[in-house]
Design a protein around this ligand. Structure first.
Ligand SMILES: [Zn+2]
Length: 89
């Protein structure tokens, strides 16, 4: 059968009707930049965040979020219905 999301692909998965690529397609949640740090840190503090420190910060934030609120938020927000998507920030 044709995939529900990309009709040019064929899927054998009768349960979902979705091909492997669409099932595993990643949708990024958020990235951060140094400008985001302005909410919390001074400019002098922000300039001490080199690229390695930014990567470390995002890794630790993602780990914390996955351990704490990620699954609960996905359930609550996912079940709350659609909202207008703003991809600006
Ligand atoms: Zn597909």
């Amino acid at each position: 059968m044709k995939c529900k999301f990309c009709p040019n692909s064929i899927t054998e998965d009768e349960r979902t009707g979705i091909c492997h690529d669409c099932w595993w397609k990643p949708f990024p949640i958020k990235s951060i930049c140094r400008d985001d740090l302005e909410e919390i840190f001074s400019d002098d503090e922000i300039v001490r965040f080199g690229d390695n420190e930014m990567v470390d910060l995002t890794y630790r934030m993602a780990k914390s979020y996955l351990e704490d609120a990620f699954w609960l938020d996905m359930e609550l927000i996912g079940k709350s219905g659609r909202t207008t998507v703003n991809c600006e920030h």
